[in-house]
Design a protein around this ligand. Structure first.
Ligand SMILES: Cc1cc2nc3c(=O)[nH]c(=O)nc-3n(C[C@H](O)[C@H](O)[C@H](O)COP(=O)(O)OP(=O)(O)OC[C@H]3O[C@@H](n4cnc5c(N)ncnc54)[C@H](O)[C@@H]3O)c2cc1C
Length: 408
């Protein structure tokens, strides 16, 4: 694997840097730097998406004919790295990152022509309706029913943990259109307009104090059959296709390097005497985490290298997901210890959470407690607990690695 950038790649990197210098406003930079969730909140994420869209860079991985960039895998990696290093807030992944590739891979030309431009512009904001109260890891047991009635399906069911459903006007769902002996059969991938009668969204406020996830209830919602993506009853194939975009291809190491630098700055501020044994112990933990971040960066480069010669990420996406989320949680623990007593002042409203924080009074009515370097620490710690659960729990990823990598 050659990890030297070519002259062309370096020129591209400079172009991206110039764009970020010019377009990433101080407000967006501040929001990105104090982000405590993997999601930016709706307004922040959309503000950045509109800027990217105006430049034609909102969907780098899409084919050019659908509004993507004609970038190589290496250029996409450079773009992801540079935007993360500059502290740009993330764009919501459910539309451009997940549903878009599914429509490109499995949608009809009419579906592609209708939905993809609206997804890019932000006119449509998407959420993902997979999980149900009894179906998470064992997703194929899902029960939400879609009964054929003329040209429509009548949909009834309950989706759970639906990120940003309270902001979204569209949801892509897995629904059961037939009961078969094998649970993976009889599932259909269906696009549902959230403004239809019978759709109700209620909040789930998480451990981190944010309202990002939701319950979504469907009661006799009439959805045109033409909203099915792929053949009716074969949604499991479409769902599996989507999961590789959900779990793979991310670049987490640049953001983690920034967090290590931040934790080191907190340590310096909190411990005026660098020889303080507690500071020494925490610096050791930080150094150990920094080594692991570089190992993660090497896996990311390996995946990028495989993709650049036409390969697929395969089980590496499970390795990245598991190592990345556990390392991220480790970093939150070190930052928490470094901030000491200040971490006890839990104030998600002083940072940039992934959604509203009901019950917390935001500035200017509230100035926050303690030094501002400590504000992200507790909020990020609590938010990050979910990292090993969503997008397929880490136990499930380990099962995949055991089978696919170790052949067990
Ligand atoms: C913050 C957050 C955001 C989310 N966003 C969305 C979203 O937008 N859309 C959506 O559809 N879903 C979303 N989810 C749901 C997420 O996909 C599920 O929580 C996840 O798949 C786990 O399912 P579960 O919660 O039902 O847990 P379960 O599947 O009930 O698992 C419970 C425990 O058992 C373990 N376990 C289960 N099966 C096995 C096995 N075979 N081997 C070993 N261990 C096992 C699990 O690892 C876990 O520790 C989100 C979840 C969270 C926390």
């Amino acid at each position: 694997m050659n990890i030297e950038w070519s002259a062309e790649d370096l020129a591209f990197r400079d172009q991206v840097r110039a764009f970020l210098d010019a377009e990433l406003t101080p407000d967006l930079r501040k929001a990105g730097a104090s982000l405590t969730s993997v999601y930016a909140d709706y307004e922040v994420g959309m503000a950045w998406q509109r800027i990217l869209h105006a430049r034609g860079w909102a969907a780098p991985a899409w084919p050019v004919e659908f509004g993507g960039c004609a970038w190589s895998v290496t250029q996409r990696y450079i773009f992801a790295t540079e935007t993360a290093m500059a502290g740009a807030p993330p764009v919501s992944p459910m539309g451009i990152g997940m549903c878009g590739p599914v429509l490109i891979g499995h949608g009809t030309p009419a579906q592609q022509a209708h939905y993809l431009p609206r997804m890019l512009s932000g006119e449509d904001f998407w959420c993902q309706g997979y999980s149900e109260p009894q179906s998470g890891s064992d997703l194929a047991t899902l029960q939400m029913s879609a009964v054929e009635d003329g040209d429509d399906f009548i949909c009834t069911g309950h989706k759970l943990w639906t990120t940003h459903a309270h902001e979204a006007n569209w949801i892509f769902c897995l629904v059961r259109t037939a009961k078969e002996e094998i649970p993976q059969k009889g599932i259909t991938f269906l696009l549902i307009d959230m403004t239809l009668p019978g759709v109700e969204v209620t909040p789930i406020v998480s451990l981190s104090g944010e309202h990002i996830q939701n319950h979504v209830f469907f009661t006799d919602v009439r959805v045109p059959k033409s909203n099915a993506v792929g053949p009716i009853g074969q949604g499991w194939t479409v769902a599996k296709y989507l999961m590789q975009f959900e779990r793979g291809g991310g670049v987490a190491s640049p953001g983690m390097r920034a967090r290590i630098a931040k934790a080191a700055a907190i340590l310096e501020a909190q411990f005026p005497d660098p020889a303080d044994p507690e500071a020494v112990a925490l610096r050791r933990q930080l150094a150990d985490a920094a080594v692991q971040v570089e190992a993660l960066a090497a896996i990311e480069l390996r995946v990028m290298s495989a993709l650049s010669v036409g390969g697929a990420p395969g089980p590496e996406s499970s390795i990245l997901k598991t190592v990345g989320t556990e390392l991220s949680q480790r970093l939150t623990e070190i930052a928490l210890a470094a901030a000491g007593a200040y971490a006890g002042a839990y104030q998600p409203h002083m940072v940039s959470p992934g959604g509203p924080t009901p019950g917390f009074i935001p500035p200017p009515q509230n100035d926050g407690v303690g030094p501002d370097y400590s504000w992200t620490v507790a909020a990020k710690y609590f938010n990050d607990r979910a990292g090993s659960i969503y997008a397929g729990t880490n136990e499930i990823q380990r099962n995949i690695m055991a089978k696919a990598v170790l052949g067990l």
